[in-house]
Write a protein that binds this ligand. Structure first.
Ligand SMILES: [Zn+2]
Length: 233
């Protein structure tokens, strides 16, 4: 955002140089861009942070007043995490990250809707994150509810049915398997849907500028397992 005085100075300079004001006033698209973190480096950071968590050696990095000040007017998160809303799976905690590190989108069952996809698109397209992690977890209540509701051929109360509907492809693909298999199928399904989400994410995946991975959090050990689901892009 330019102040009135800086706009005036630019306009005067443009007039002096006989250039259209817009020529000078236009800023580069990412004037304050910091170097982007590659998907490989971003994944390594998350794995290292999760290792701290598993070993009870949390570093609580970048949570100081200085960091808050540094981020007051801009942010460059190095990864996006779409996680379940479950109170036991907070991404900043399980990956031992600080302020401004991870752009977190949370919804029960880590499912997609226009708002979650739009949030993810904003984080990669506008903020420059290049890794998207779909983080589901062990003993997920949304997965359990979806399995039970579909098995009973009924509907969940209120808006919970919208979660059942979103999780149903994974439930139907894993009939007879246990709930953890369904949870992983859902994580993989959501990651695939994101890779194929036109126009923004699909195009970036095809260009190789972003990567989408599915992951499963173990409530007992604290470990995040990154699922192998597709050729690395
Ligand atoms: Zn859950």
């Amino acid at each position: 955002m330019k102040s009135n005085s800086s706009i005036l100075i630019v306009a005067v300079a443009a007039a002096f140089l006989s250039l259209p004001a817009g020529t000078i006033a236009k800023e580069p698209e990412h004037a304050d861009a910091t170097p982007k973190v590659s998907p490989t480096e971003a994944l390594a950071r998350l794995k290292a942070g999760n290792q701290h968590f598993v070993e009870s050696k949390l570093q609580h990095p970048r949570q100081t007043a200085e960091r808050r000040t540094e981020l007051a007017t801009s942010q460059h998160p190095f990864a996006v995490v779409l996680s379940c809303a479950d109170s036991r799976t907070s991404p900043e905690v399980v990956f031992d990250q600080g302020l401004g590190d991870v752009f977190v989108v949370r919804v029960a069952g880590n499912v997609l809707n226009d708002e979650t996809v739009g949030s993810i698109e904003y984080a990669v397209e506008h903020l420059g994150a290049q890794l998207i992690v779909v983080l589901g977890h062990e003993r997920c209540g949304a997965i359990k509810a979806a399995r039970e509701t579909i098995a009973a051929k009924t509907e969940a109360p209120g808006h919970i049915q919208s979660l059942v509907k979103a999780i149903s492809p994974a439930v139907e693909a894993t009939t007879g398997a246990d709930a953890e298999v369904t949870a992983k199928a859902n994580e993989l399904h959501v990651a695939k849907e994101l890779r194929e989400s036109a126009p923004i994410l699909k195009e970036m995946v095809e260009k190789g500028t972003i990567s989408v991975v599915a992951a499963h959090y173990d409530l007992d050990t604290g470990a995040v397992e990154f699922l192998k689901d597709a050729p690395a892009k």
